[in-house]
Design a protein around this ligand. Structure first.
Ligand SMILES: *Cc1c(COP(=O)(O)O)cnc(C)c1O
Length: 388
């Protein structure tokens, strides 16, 4: 029995007990543990619902629920009363339909790729039609199938990414047969700068959206993403589409984060060592010990989505442990000189994201946004789902 069979970190028990619990090698074989708090996601959903007053709240679960696992996240939200979901790609919608069953409404934001109409209809998905051409293809499919098919229409209120530009909206509005065989479920648009609450473009987009939606057949309207829900003095329309806020990312960058943290990421120590002054550390000897140092190498690297350029820290027992030298593919070297000798041993878990360091802080260190940190997580983590 070797000492690395034990994790010496507070609330965790014997590695081998963990392995036995879920019948797999689980934590024992993994380099890092990602803990996802479904209870926090549900609490965040409730908070967003409250904030919306009477408006309905959908959930955006694209990109595998922002990397956190749509298979677990979507049913947890459904149990909280969420009955409307958004994905980006048709394939995600088909997979989500299997997870959620027939009832919830599933919208596909990126619309209908040419030739995909049949798959979309067969899975009972609602395509977000982003152009006149997509509307025509869906209408023709409805006519061929002899059915009425549901659809959302996205209008471009000022982002120039997806959606019908104003001139297309005008043409569609002028065509009395544009929506033949189509049940219009939603008219939507998307903010370019909702995370900058003082930007004039938010109010401009809101008015442009209202004016464009007015021209289309009557249907519920949706504009807000997570930051949009926190814009003040705003009308929230009928349905909001939050993603990041559900997953604990701050929807008001720069302000207090009203959301509950959802993710904890801990990596295992694989080796510790003491080095004398003058030692070159890691690839390129990008760091050098100026005095004797104690180091720990942890089993997480850029292949796990930790940005190679990030200057970051791990935490253990409340102490901040700076990264030393370059992030490797599978490992990172920490300066653990601040800890009493013997604090860390192979198998000990150190915190990378958690109470001491939020997803948003990690993103800032890497020059990116929390969305990219979450969706960039690799597939090697042992995942633990909490649901309280
Ligand atoms: C991703 C996305 C959302 C969710 O945005 P968050 O900022 O994560 O809340 C909403 N609507 C559209 C169209 C999107 O692409």
């Amino acid at each position: 029995m070797s000492s690395n069979a034990r994790i010496q970190n507070g609330d965790r028990t014997d590695l081998q007990a963990c392995a036995a619990e879920d019948g797999s090698t689980g934590l024992a074989a993994a380099g890092a543990v990602l803990t996802i708090d479904l209870g926090a996601i549900r609490a965040n959903y409730r908070l967003l619902c409250e904030r919306l007053g009477g408006g309905r709240c959908a959930a955006v679960v694209k990109a595998d629920a922002y990397g956190l696992g749509a298979e677990k996240v979507a049913p947890a939200l459904a149990r909280e009363g969420c009955d409307t979901f958004f994905v980006a790609h048709l394939g995600e919608g088909i997979a989500l339909r299997k997870i959620l069953g027939a009832l919830p409404e599933i919208f596909v934001l990126n619309g209908l790729p040419p030739g995909s109409e049949e798959f979309c209809a067969a899975a009972g998905l609602v395509p977000v039609l982003n152009s006149e051409a997509q509307l025509a293809a869906w209408r023709e499919h409805a006519s061929r199938a002899g059915k009425t098919l549901p659809a959302a229409v996205q209008v471009d209120s000022g982002m120039a990414r997806l959606g019908m530009p104003p001139e297309e909206v005008d043409r569609v509005a002028a065509d009395p047969h544009a929506f033949d065989g189509i049940e219009l479920k939603l008219v939507m648009s998307h903010f370019a700068r909702a995370d900058e609450p003082h930007e004039a473009s938010n109010a401009e987009q809101r008015s442009a959206f209202e004016a464009l939606a007015q021209k289309l057949p009557p249907a519920p309207r949706a504009l807000d993403n997570s930051p949009g829900i926190f814009l003040d003095a705003g009308r929230h329309f009928d349905l909001a589409r939050p993603g990041c806020a559900l997953y604990g990312i701050n929807p008001q960058p720069g302000g207090r984060n009203p959301m509950r943290p959802v993710v904890k990421l801990e990596a295992k120590v694989i080796q510790t060592r003491e080095v004398p002054a003058g030692t070159g550390i890691g690839y390129g000897h990008a760091a050098k010990a100026l005095e004797p140092m104690r180091l720990a190498t942890i089993s997480l690297g850029y292949a796990d989505g930790w940005h190679r350029r990030a200057t970051s820290f791990a935490f253990f027992a409340g102490k901040r442990l700076p990264f030393v030298g370059r992030v490797s593919m599978d490992s990172i070297i920490l300066d653990i000189s601040a800890l009493p000798p013997g604090s860390l041993a192979p198998g000990t878990l150190v915190e990378l994201i958690g109470p001491h360091q939020s997803v948003d802080e990690v993103a800032t260190q890497a020059g990116t946004i929390g969305y990219e940190v979450l969706t960039g997580f690799g597939h090697r983590f042992h995942r633990v789902y909490l649901d309280k």
